[in-house]
Design a protein around this ligand. Structure first.
Ligand SMILES: C[S@@+](CC[C@H](N)C(=O)[O-])C[C@H]1O[C@@H](n2cnc3c(N)ncnc32)[C@H](O)[C@@H]1O
Ligand code: SF4
Length: 454
């Protein structure tokens, strides 16, 4: 087992998510590729284009999703990079939810959105399960009055184990949630405590019987390989215990340290010299162990992160829609949206977000109008995370032969043992899957390489 002291690269601007330098240690900077081109290239100057796009009618047939950001948590985990608040009282939460509903109402009246059915809904966070049953019911009543979701194929909802009670789970089921995702992260109390998680393992074992009784269409649990203090033995125990929890899918993230985490700040302030986290090679070995064990327990690979139980119906519409350029309205502070070729993000701070909505304006912050070529690259990159892409899909949708277009990087990655291709498809090897985010910058246009990611 390799264990290394975290390094402190004070002047990092170039992040792993935009470069292929394979640093052995877990350094500060984003690794996870969630979009392309990198967010640092999005700009306030493109907001007018968003407003114009919203005024144009879109095809009622195009898939449309709704993301609702609930940015509250009981405690800030030391590794977390999401926009979350741990200090808001019930009045402030009520005001936020009121204005979040107002945001959805504003969108519902726009020509680009009006008359369109919702295909999927995603409650993300932060911790959607943090809010009370009463607040959740009120939110759903207002949101569905503006944008009905009775035809939606999926309503996904993120939970933190310690915020769930039997009656809250019943409410979550009643409002129509089909996919429950639970942040288990580790099944070792010392690891959970060290990383600042608010929950303990006892709470996971308390909620799982209720979760199963309520028969959600799908139950996912998240784990993180390589939390601070994790060692091989604690990881192996976590994987075995996670299988025993009997979820429909298990998502495994390898621990990363983007700039805005508590741990990253400690490291950059040179206060983190005593922190220990596994290096990338070790995390990949642990992740590979999990893939092997889960395969033995009847799971199969659904993406580089998620393994699904073979004998059960499994879909993840939100993920697939995002990776195939579906339209999606992201409501809530710092949320991301995409509409007909324009990607945009909301105001990232509490006051700016709420003040805009109180003044009756959409809280837009920055945007990026994607070119046809960038859109094709974006989909190719994100769908590679599924483990396999079809050449025919890109020929049909974009009129592009990806084998020709990306011949050089495909050959390079094949030589490295990370992917294989034939005339029909490109497939990642297990080693490719284990470092998918690290290999994707190989496909970026030159101007987007070696840059700040967020
Ligand atoms: C919004 S949280 C899930 C719901 C809830 N807030 C919770 O944590 O239980 C999304 C997931 O991102 C993952 N995550 C957060 N920070 C991470 C990091 N620095 N590295 C890897 N995964 C991370 C965790 O697995 C977490 O469950
Ligand atoms: S990982 Fe989840 S619970 Fe922890 S701070 Fe982030 S959003 Fe909140």
């Amino acid at each position: 087992m390799k264990k290394e002291t975290l390094s402190s690269p004070e002047k990092i601007k170039v992040e792993p998510a935009t470069t292929r330098t394979d640093t052995p240690q877990t350094e500060v900077g984003s690794v996870f590729v969630s979009n392309y081109p990198p967010y640092s290239f999005w700009s306030e100057d493109n907001i007018t284009e968003v407003q114009q796009t919203l005024q144009q009618t879109s095809s009622a047939q195009d898939n449309l999703g709704l993301y609702l950001h609930i940015p509250f948590c009981r405690k800030r985990c030391k590794f977390c990079y999401f926009r979350v608040y741990t200090d808001k009282n019930s009045h402030e939460i009520e005001r936020y939810l009121d204005l979040l509903s107002k945001e959805v109402e504003l969108y519902a009246d726009m020509p680009a959105i009006a008359e369109r059915d919702l295909h999927f809904i995603y409650f993300g966070g932060g911790t959607p399960s943090f809010i009370s049953s009463k607040f959740l019911k009120n939110l759903v009543t207002r949101v569905t009055a503006a944008m009905p979701w009775d035809k939606a194929l999926e309503v996904a909802f993120e939970c933190e184990p310690g915020t769930l009670t039997q009656s809250k789970l019943e409410t979550i089921r009643e409002v129509g949630v089909t996919r429950l995702s639970i942040g288990v992260e580790s099944l070792n109390d010392a690891v959970l405590r060290e990383n600042g998680r608010a929950h303990v393992t006892k709470e996971i074992y308390r909620i799982m019987p209720w979760v199963h009784q309520l028969e959600f269409d799908q139950v996912n649990i998240d784990l993180i390989a390589g939390m601070v203090g994790e060692v091989r033995q604690t990881w192996e125990e976590t994987v075995q215990k996670a299988i025993e929890l009997n979820p429909d899918s298990i998502t495994i993230y390898q621990m990363e340290l983007p700039f805005n985490t508590v741990y990253s700040k400690q490291i950059l302030d040179k206060d983190g010299t005593s922190l220990y986290v596994a290096d990338w090679q070790t995390k990949r070995e642990w992740h590979e162990y999990a893939i092997e064990q889960l395969t033995g327990a009847g799971f199969e690979v659904s993406s580089a992160y998620t393994m699904v139980k073979k004998d059960r119906p499994n879909q993840f519409i939100y993920r697939d829609a995002l990776w195939h350029s579906s339209d999606m309205i992201g409501a809530g502070v710092a949320s991301f949206s995409h509409l007909n070729g324009i990607h945009f993000q909301n105001q990232t701070h509490w006051k700016g977000y709420l003040d805009s909505l109180e003044a009756g304006r959409l809280p837009l912050n920055r945007a990026f109008k994607i070119s046809a070529e960038e859109k094709m690259t974006r989909e190719m990159i994100l769908q590679l995370k599924l483990g396999q892409i079809e050449v025919g899909y890109f020929r049909k949708k974009f009129g592009v032969d990806i084998l020709e277009k990306f011949a050089q990087p495909y050959r390079k990655l094949q030589k490295e043992g990370l992917l294989n291709f034939n005339k029909d498809s490109v497939t990642l090897t297990v080693q490719g899957l284990l470092r998918v985010d690290q290999l994707l910058p190989e496909f970026y246009a030159e101007k987007y390489q070696n840059a700040r990611y967020t």
